[in-house]
Design a binder for this molecule. Sequence first.
Ligand code: MEV
Length: 308
Amino acid sequence: MTTGEGARGEASGKVILLGEHAVVHGVPAIAVGIPGGATACVREAIDGGSRLQVHGPPPGPSERELQDMQRGWEAIVESCGSPAPLRGVVELRIPPRAGLGSSAAMAVALCRAVHAHIGSAPDTIRLVRDASAWERVFHGNPSGIDVAAAVLGGAIRFDRASGARSLPIGCALPLCIGVSGRRAPTRTMVELFAGQLQERGARAAQVLESFGELVERAERALSDGDLEALGAAMNGNQGLLASMGVSTDALDALCEEARAVGALGAKLSGAGGGGSVIALAPGCEAEVLRVWRRRGVEAMAVTVGPGR
Ligand code: MEV
């Protein structure tokens, strides 16, 4: 399926290496883009208002999700400042609703195509703003990390106060990504994590600090190209996420299996409750993919950077 004739845009999906959930509460997080997450094509609508067509891997969007996407599309057309209604076609190339930033990738690809169509050259801040108009339809109060990763690609550090910046990485990151097949709405998981924080009362700040310390360690490890230290930080992050109730027995088991065949680090990535797992697996990518696929998990290997 192709997106057809017209102005084009594309954007990355993402995996969060460290810091999901805590990032909603102001702690920094690190994400890496998955190139080619979505492509889009835009042309003037000949009749009626702005309409959106969506293609992608199964499971396709429900009727309700299609309605939300149509609303998101209208919000993008308005935010980008198009003087006329537009017809948009977007093709998703990564699994949807799996914690891989599919929604943000579609939004950013569409925004780039709209700007190409109207002949404007948006900077990063403008693109983030336009794509966030779509994201708010789906997620209520997203941290913004998914959109930042979709815009910038490569490795990024993100926090709510200062936004995103690209991170230098000292060596290539051989990652395995597994899609567990179970889905939990991001909004529900974000509320669950927030509830757990609230239950901890005065200790909540300390919990968030522990997440933040691991992110700092991972950032140093990334720039030094120290994969062992990065893996250890990822494992520590998984322990913290599990203690906050956003992992599941199945995700924990996938992490343990990856480590047992040599992965230096493994954790859930994204909102948890299902969704995706990632493993840092230098030299043992094939083994990790094999053990995950044996459990019916859709799994792929990607190598990120260096060079950004
Ligand atoms: C979702 O990809 C990451 C969360 O931290 C939510 C967010 O940052 O908006 C769980």
